[in-house]
Write a protein that binds this ligand. Structure first.
Ligand SMILES: Nc1ncnc2c1ncn2[C@@H]1O[C@H](COP(=O)(O)OP(=O)(O)OP(=O)(O)O)[C@@H](O)[C@H]1O
Length: 270
């Protein structure tokens, strides 16, 4: 296991407290995520050092570690829509990937009641296939049956609201906003136990954001919990009932959107 470079962990974090009057859906307990980066930290190159590096690498490739999430703990309950905010590199996407089960904890744990689904900016739709084909494949990929796909197809097309005719064009001809709309329309066509949305709404226009907000509200009611990573704080404030603020991998604040966003704005404008 990679060694955590971060030394300073002076006090043990408080244990997560679960409110059993509500239904916990995600429990994140003192989570640490460490990336191992191979081939980093090279010395300056000359012929001799390059040869030495090649020889040395044969049995000991140079690695370094990035401690991206540092002791984060919280509980998400059924019906929560949680915004995750923070500056670039603060660990938001890493946290979402860990909740989705795509990154193993270095230490600590993530427990989810049900299946998490991560909808990222790069969610796997096929650029050379038409919107139509991508809807079918995307729906099957998020676990819908062919019958469900048939039944939901029209509403997905309608929700995505692409310009006329575009649904029959290959996705490589779509703008990034159009692609994001289609991804969100597909992912939100079924209910999810835990839906993780990473910047997917960022490129949508105001009208689409309004529709997305209504959709997320519906998903919150039908499903478990929704997590939303976004740099647009107004989107987070409009859409979420709770906000987590991460800074340098640590959870700085967890609370009411207005309160957390105000504190975050104050910190970044200092
Ligand atoms: N695959 C990776 N390998 C190594 N380090 C990574 C990897 N992905 C992210 N990191 C590092 O982990 C830290 C947190 O990155 P992360 O992408 O989670 O931040 P973020 O808050 O989502 O950033 P942004 O707002 O820019 O999307 C950063 O220091 C980043 O460089």
């Amino acid at each position: 296991m990679a060694e955590i470079q971060e030394q300073a962990r002076p006090v043990a974090p408080p244990p997560v407290v679960i409110d059993y009057t509500r239904q916990p859906i995600v429990v994140v307990d003192d989570l640490h995520i460490v990336y191992k980066v191979y081939g980093a930290a090279r010395e300056k190159s000359s012929g001799a050092t390059a040869l030495a590096r090649v020889l040395r690498r044969k049995d000991r490739p140079q690695t370094t570690t990035v401690h991206a999430v540092k002791g984060v703990s919280f509980v998400a309950y059924k019906g929560d829509a949680i915004g995750v905010i923070g500056t670039n590199g603060s660990g938001k996407s890493t946290l979402l990937k860990a909740i989705a089960g795509l990154l193993p904890p270095h230490t600590g744990g993530v427990y989810t009641d049900g299946q998490p689904s991560l909808l990222g900016v790069g969610a796997a739709l096929m650029k050379d296939l038409t919107g139509e084909r991508n809807i079918v494949l995307g729906c099957l990929a998020v676990g819908m049956t062919p019958e469900e796909v048939k039944a939901k197809y029209q509403s997905i097309v309608q929700f995505a609201g692409l310009r006329k005719g575009f649904i029959k064009y290959p996705m490589r001809t779509y703008s990034s906003g159009m692609g994001a709309r289609l991804r969100f329309a597909i992912a939100s066509a079924r209910t999810h136990d835990v839906l993780l949305i990473d910047e997917a709404l960022a490129t949508g226009d105001a009208k689409f954001r309004k529709r997305s907000k209504a959709k997320i509200e519906q998903l919150r009611k039908d499903a478990g919990a929704v997590f939303l990573v976004a740099h647009q704080l107004d989107v987070v404030e409009e859409t979420c009932n709770r906000v987590l603020w991460l800074d340098d991998g640590r959870l700085v604040m967890d609370g009411e959107p207005k309160e957390v966003i105000a504190a975050y704005n104050e910190a970044i404008n200092k």
